[in-house]
Ligand binder design. Structure first.
Ligand code: NAD
Length: 413
């Protein structure tokens, strides 16, 4: 009997055939697949009850009728075409921190994760072994282990090699959040050294893994680490800057203005990941494109400055950690789905030749080997064309900071 999953939109359980038939033509196939991955599977008896109908599943019931009319063999072939979940090992560096904990939790829930390493320092607010023990009680297939290194000691020699060995994905929120009075350059100096230490350990123990860098300032840290990878003879496209939170926020804010479900809003955010370099392309999402142009400038600013909303609301006692954990995991899940053969498209900040800048955020296809293709910007309206120039000008300087760091340093591994 085909597996049924509950669509949170209406609370009804559907098979993949019913689900995909309903959403076919309304959303891109990979968006529908991604949404399916988020739906909770139900036990057989429950599925039967739900499938009988709660009265809420009207539109999809129509789709069901259509699906029923399809030859069984065709439906079966479709089901067979779906690949089984992967069995990947993932590490979260800084996994006991503000972002690291929720991020580790989301990754432990991913059906593509077989093993999760939670790595942090001995000064973390909770020992990583504690985070691992806690997550290890979730009724999921992932096995979670904690790893610790003494502060000030290099991960490349001090971290138990088992932590990174065999990893397909390493998520890196390790680093310091910006404190009041700190410039971006001050933050870069501290966090570039932290990132370098971790990238060295990855280059030694899991050089084939995708390294998703969350640590700020992303605009400079990613070019620095990717160029260091290149210098070492490794693939710079293994280094991916996480900008997903900007997309999550843009879609949420568009949902708030339009009253539409943000689950089905997908505003690409291009450029970089700080201030004016964050450039939401509202014209490329159907729902967002319906918003009057006179509201767009304020919306654009809100996305750029959304981090401050959280810092202020937390009264200086932290920045975005929960939404960042969610966003980081969304990218992490897409990367793993891609590695498992189900390609996904997400915006990410990577080495790129789609503009005259060597690093840029745009839509990226994640597939069997990680970054499969960096997609072009696409069509922009007049407002966005002007914004692109502004974003590129600011981003250029921040990239140069990273390139200078890479010139002056190398990976010691
Ligand atoms: P946090 O201080 O709560 O957590 C950071 C964790 O990293 C701590 O547990 C710390 O012990 C650990 N750590 C530090 N150095 C380490 C090392 N060398 N090896 C292993 N672990 C190490 O901070 P946070 O709020 O979780 O933020 C982490 C980073 O993420 C900051 O740089 C912040 O600016 C950035 N951030 C990025 C985004 C984004 O969208 N990309 C959003 C929010 C925050």
């Amino acid at each position: 009997m085909a597996e049924r999953r509950v669509d949170p939109d209406d609370g009804v359980a559907y098979t993949w055939e019913e689900f995909s038939a309903f959403y076919k033509g309304k959303y891109k196939r990979n968006a529908v697949e991604e949404y399916w991955e988020e739906c909770e599977p139900v036990k057989k008896s429950k599925a039967k009850d739900k499938a009988k109908g709660t009265g809420k599943g009207e539109p999809k019931a129509k789709a069901k009728a259509k699906v029923k009319a399809e030859p069984k063999a065709k439906a079966k072939a479709k089901a067979k075409a779906r690949k089984p979940p992967g069995a990947f090992k993932v590490c979260v560096c800084g996994g006991a921190g503000g972002i690291g904990q929720p991020l580790s939790m989301f990754m432990a829930l991913d059906p593509n994760v077989k093993e999760l390493s939670v790595f942090d320092l001995d000064i973390a607010m909770v020992p990583p072994a504690g985070v691992a023990a806690d997550l290890g009680h979730l009724d999921k297939k992932s096995e979670v282990k904690g790893y610790e290194v003494k502060v000030g000691k290099p991960a490349v020699t001090e971290l138990d090699a088992e932590c990174l060995k065999g990893c397909s994905l390493v998520l890196i929120p390790a680093g310091m959040p910006r404190k009041p009075g700190m410039t971006r350059d001050d933050l870069f100096k501290v966090n570039a050294d932290i990132a370098k230490g971790l990238v060295e350990a990855c280059a030694k123990h899991c050089p084939e893994a995708i390294l998703a860098l969350i640590v700020n300032p992303v605009n400079s840290i990613v070019p620095a680490m990717a160029e260091l990878y290149k210098k070492k003879g490794l693939d710079p496209l293994k280094i991916v800057g996480v900008t997903t939170l900007d997309c999550v926020r843009a879609s949420k804010f568009v949902g708030q203005i339009t009253g539409k479900n943000p689950n089905f809003i997908n505003v690409p955010v291009i450029g970089g990941h700080a201030g004016v370099t964050i450039m939401p392309v509202f014209s490329q999402d159907k729902t967002a494109a319906s918003i009057d142009q006179d509201k767009i400038e304020a919306l654009d600013k809100r996305v750029q400055e959304a981090g401050t909303e959280v810092v202020d609301a937390k009264n200086g006692k932290g920045s975005a950690t929960l939404s960042m954990g969610y966003a980081g995991a969304r990218l992490g899940r897409s990367i793993l789905a891609g590695l498992a053969g189900r390609r996904r498209v997400e915006c990410a900040y990577v080495k790129s030749d789609i503009t005259d800048l060597p690093y840029f955020t745009s839509k990226v296809v994640f597939g069997e080997s990680g970054v499969q293709k960096v997609l072009p910007i696409g069509e922009l309206n007049k407002y966005e064309t002007a914004r692109l120039e502004e974003a590129k000008k600011a981003l250029k300087t921040e990239i140069e900071t990273g390139l200078k760091f890479a010139e002056a340093n190398e990976l010691n591994c």
